[in-house]
Design a protein around this ligand. Structure first.
Ligand SMILES: Nc1nc2c(ncn2[C@@H]2O[C@H](COP(=O)(O)OP(=O)(O)O)[C@@H](O)[C@H]2O)c(=O)[nH]1
Ligand SMILES: [Mg+2]
Length: 388
């Protein structure tokens, strides 16, 4: 997508095709819509890359490049984990998500030659929208590609104000959960045109009027809820399509272009801000740990001052970098430290000579013992070699 490449252009020649996640209630027409879009893009010589995330679909009317059914057998999952159909679908999606980095690798390889990536989701909407796996998949894709949700709506079944409102509230919850650009796709317009929906969304009074006719107990609740939705509608792109006749496909692609711009201008900067915040937080934590470590080491050093020197001496051998970290160092000693070779001598000579002689004796003895041991093990080693 040219718009995406122009706005952020991370590297010359790097292409990031938009990812379209098709989400919607069971039977809203996600799969049929994907099939139509696939055919439409093929006709335009822009064949999409297709991911099928619905493990329970019996037959796909298009060929998917990556199919969850190749990774997990959902019926087998149901049997093995003793689950019902929904649990089976969710577990299959979870298992698939554990391999998603590999999937992403395949997509990445193909991305430079692609214009669109289409993702079909499980029939039961909440399995994708309210599961950890769904979030992981959405967020992972959205971290790299301009990702958007195409929320497919069964238009004829949404014509009642109460149903319309429920559907919009559901869409609203998904938008606020995922935060990626959102396209409302009113499907099945061959059965019922979606203009009533557009009217309700743009003209608040028209919707109120429709609600008045609806004399159910819900209508007063609906009245107040519809006020909240006004804000939500402002963030949406709305298109009417028919997955069966193919009407509205170009309108949909135009909305995709706009969603890519929205991704670049709103989602991506926010993502970068969050990542930067996380990085700074990690850095601060690291610094704090480092400071704590330094403090501990400084205390160690002090501990040695007491036990090793015994009479106000400081053991500095091999610990020069640490000394700078302790605040109250003895200045005289600091001067003595300039020459490493002289380091040991003054430390033990200055003071009680007998004590230093003892130490010197111990040191020589230790050295001799080590040499003897080394000789012994060398002899054993050579003997072993000869036997071999
Ligand atoms: N009339 C009409 N029927 C449609 C349209 N899109 C899908 N359908 C029908 O709706 C039913 C559910 O479609 P499907 O794609 O399986 O829905 P999914 O569960 O969301 O994947 C099928 O019988 C489709 O033939 C459309 O645009 N117009
Ligand atoms: Mg389907």
């Amino acid at each position: 997508m040219s718009t995406a490449a122009n706005t952020t252009a991370p590297a010359a020649g790097e292409k990031r095709p938009p990812v379209i996640l098709c989400i919607g209630m069971a039977g809203s027409g996600k799969t049929t819509f994907m099939q139509r879009l696939n055919a439409h893009l093929h006709a335009k010589k822009q064949p999409p890359y297709i991911l099928n995330l619905d493990p329970a679909v019996a037959a796909l009317p298009f060929s998917a490049n990556i199919d969850i059914r190749d990774t997990v057998n959902y019926k087998e999952v149901m049997k093995q984990y003793n689950l019902g159909p929904n649990g089976g679908i969710l577990t299959a999606l979870n298992l698939f998500t554990t391999k998603f980095d590999q999937v992403l690798g395949f997509v990445e390889k193909r991305a430079p030659s692609l214009d669109y990536i289409l993702v079909d989701t499980p029939g039961q909407i909440e399995i994708f929208t309210w599961s950890a796996s769904g979030s992981i998949i959405t967020d992972t894709l959205a971290a790299t590609y301009p990702t958007m949700i195409a929320y497919i709506i069964d238009t004829p079944r949404t014509a009642a104000p109460a149903t319309f409102m429920s559907n919009m509230l559901y869409a609203c919850s998904i938008l606020y959960k995922t935060k990626v650009p959102f396209i409302l796709v009113f499907n099945k317009t061959d059965v019922k045109p979606h203009d009533f929906a557009v009217e309700w969304m743009t003209d608040f009074e028209a919707f109120q009027e429709a609600l008045q006719k609806d004399k159910t107990y819900m209508s007063s609740l609906m009245n107040s809820m519809s006020l909240v939705l006004d804000e939500f509608y402002a963030h949406l792109k709305v298109v009417g399509v028919s997955a069966v006749t193919g009407a509205g496909m170009d309108d949909f692609l135009k909305a995709v272009d706009e969603a890519v711009v929205e991704y670049d201008q709103e989602y991506k900067p926010e993502l970068e801000r969050v990542l930067e915040e996380r990085r700074l937080k990690k850095e601060a934590e690291k610094e704090e740990q480092m400071a704590r470590l330094m403090k501990d080491m400084a205390m160690d050093e002090k501990g040695k001052e007491v036990s090793f020197g015994g009479k106000g001496h400081t053991s500095t051998k091999g610990k020069k970098p640490l000394r700078g970290m302790t605040v109250d160092e003895d200045d005289e000693e600091e001067e003595d430290d300039d020459d490493e070779d002289d380091d040991r001598e003054p430390r033990y000579r200055d003071d009680d000579d007998s004590e230093n002689d003892d130490y010197e004796g111990y040191r020589v003895e230790e050295e001799e013992r080590r040499n003897r041991m080394e000789d012994e093990s060398l002899k054993r080693f050579l003997a072993g070699k000869r036997v071999d």
